[in-house]
Design a protein around this ligand. Structure first.
Ligand code: TGC
Ligand code: FAD
Length: 405
């Protein structure tokens, strides 16, 4: 089957998305009407466009590429970047709420938006020239271009400072060699932001057009998680990249790490969306399903699970809202972002596992979103810095002692 045929074969089911918003501490009162409007617009779109197709895409490991247009129309690509570049110019809390709703649909759909906005558009905006911004940002915002971000290497994941991908000066070009691994969107990308060492050993960011000779992006198959997202490698064999493609305004690991701070912040919100979907499904199922002559929700052990889930969701909502206000005032530290990402992802994964139990056997099927969220969250626990890496970042922040070195 060709790629076009595969995309055309995506099944749309009429099954209703019955998600209801749970806001135990009236956190909506803390949001502006613009923030709620943006959130609700994404929620409606997910209901109409993602929920009817996502189980089929997940089952057959198809990246639903046609969603890119809708994501662009929602302003989900780099929402907080300036309007001048075709972006929505929202605050950071709005960006977070959008990621929450996308991941309520599927982590892979949120990934598509995170990578494009936080990992490709943000570095071009933050570290690029005005010419680079005008060349790439409007096309990425409109979804005409798909971007990817190459940091991880086959032998250097948690420790990107040891990367071996490199650029060498060759007149008006750099010669790029090396390989990147686990790159979301690389097989379908038009452009990649790649991090490589220069001859002085400094990490630099370079914008690579994917049709450059010597650049390939083989797809990684066999993923049992994030199946509605496409992942690949990036291989560079003497690829000649014009010097004008170098991001001039940053040097060192703080370049990619500051993009990651943006994306990790979005994941903190996103994981909350997945947790809310699992809780909502478990609450409804436990009220409707009867055993021993009464609803599952009537048993104390089920109530314990549900009460703990909504408590953890509420704590995470408060943490995330506060992180959003810190981001909006420019005061959030990378360590606070790490705490938000780590806490919310493990909270969501724990809730997914409990929700799976409440659904009994049905919980392992794709009649319900639980197992898909659970499997996705295993990736989310690992990418953008693993659970343990974020713990060590918090440990370093509170003790002042670096456990990495
Ligand atoms: P270290 O010496 O601590 O720091 C180097 C420089 O970077 C600065 N810095 C940050 N800047 C901005 N934001 C942050 N979050 C920052 N963290 C550190 C730091 O101040 C320093 O600046 P300077 O001026 O002194 O040079 O670096 P280290 O080599 O010891 O590493 C620290 C460590 C382990 C925390 C870091 O390497 C790390 O975070 N590792 C995890 C790697 C990771 O997260 N990879 C993610 C790959 S991309 C991805 O997964 C995308 S998934 C996409 C999808 O959603 O589908
Ligand atoms: P490793 O670094 O080998 O870690 C393995 C285990 O060892 C982990 O549990 C880790 O916590 C632990 N560990 C490592 N160091 C320490 C330590 N100092 N102390 C204690 N424990 C430690 N990367 C990109 O650049 N761009 C992308 O778009 C991208 N998309 C991804 C999509 C998917 C589906 C996946 C799975 C990954 C993606 N990644 C991407 C890569 C991701 O960021 C890495 O997988 C992650 O950073 C971990 O690296 P690793 O897999 O090499 O694990």
């Amino acid at each position: 089957m060709t790629n076009e045929e595969l995309q055309a074969s995506i099944k749309r089911v009429a099954k209703q998305d019955r998600f209801q918003h749970h806001d135990y501490f009236n956190i909506d009162e803390l949001l502006t009407s613009e923030q709620k409007m943006a959130r609700d617009a994404v929620r409606d779109w997910v209901r109409q466009e993602v929920s009817p197709i996502i189980e089929d895409c997940y089952d057959r490991a198809i990246y639903p590429r046609h969603l890119v247009k809708g994501l662009a129309e929602l302003g989900a690509f780099g929402p907080s970047l300036p309007q001048k570049y075709g972006c929505a110019g929202t605050d950071e809390t709005t960006y977070g709420l959008m990621m929450q709703e996308l991941e309520r649909g599927d982590s892979g759909v949120r990934s598509a938006a995170s990578v494009q906005g936080s990992l490709v558009m943000y570095p071009i905006y933050k570290f690029g020239t005005e010419e680079q911004r005008m060349k790439y940002l409007p096309k990425l915002a409109s979804g005409e271009f798909i971007g990817c971000f190459g940091l991880t290497e086959p032998d250097h994941g948690s420790d990107p400072s040891s990367m071996i991908t490199n650029i060498k000066d060759d007149g008006d070009c750099y010669i790029l060699n090396g390989a990147k691994m686990w790159i979301t969107n690389s097989p379908i990308a038009d452009v990649a932001v790649v991090w490589a060492k220069d001859e002085a050993g400094d990490i630099r960011g370079i914008i690579v057009d994917m049709d450059t000779k010597g650049v390939t992006a083989p797809e990684i198959h066999g993923k049992l998680s994030l199946r509605a997202s496409i992942t690949g490698e990036l291989v560079f064999e003497d690829a000649r990249i014009p010097k004008s493609q170098l991001l001039p305004n940053v040097k060192g690991l703080k370049g990619p790490l500051s993009c990651l701070s943006k994306a990790r912040y979005g994941i903190a919100w996103g994981a909350l969306g997945a947790a809310m979907d699992c809780y909502d499904s478990a609450l409804r199922y436990s009220l409707e399903r009867q055993q021993f002559g009464k609803p599952l929700a009537g048993f104390q052990l089920t109530q314990k699970k549900l009460a703990e889930m909504i408590t953890e969701i509420t704590k995470a909502q408060l943490l995330t809202w506060r992180l959003g206000t810190l981001m909006d005032s420019g005061k959030a530290t990378p360590a606070q972002v790490s705490m938000g990402k780590r806490n919310n992802v493990i909270t969501a994964l724990t809730i997914a596992r409990e929700a799976r139990q409440i659904h009994g056997g049905m919980g392992i099927t794709n009649e319900y979103p639980i197992m898909r969220h659970m499997m996705n969250l295993e990736t989310v626990l690992t990418y953008e810095g693993t659970h343990d890496i974020h713990l060590l970042i918090t440990g370093m922040d509170v003790t002042g002692i670096n456990a990495f070195k």
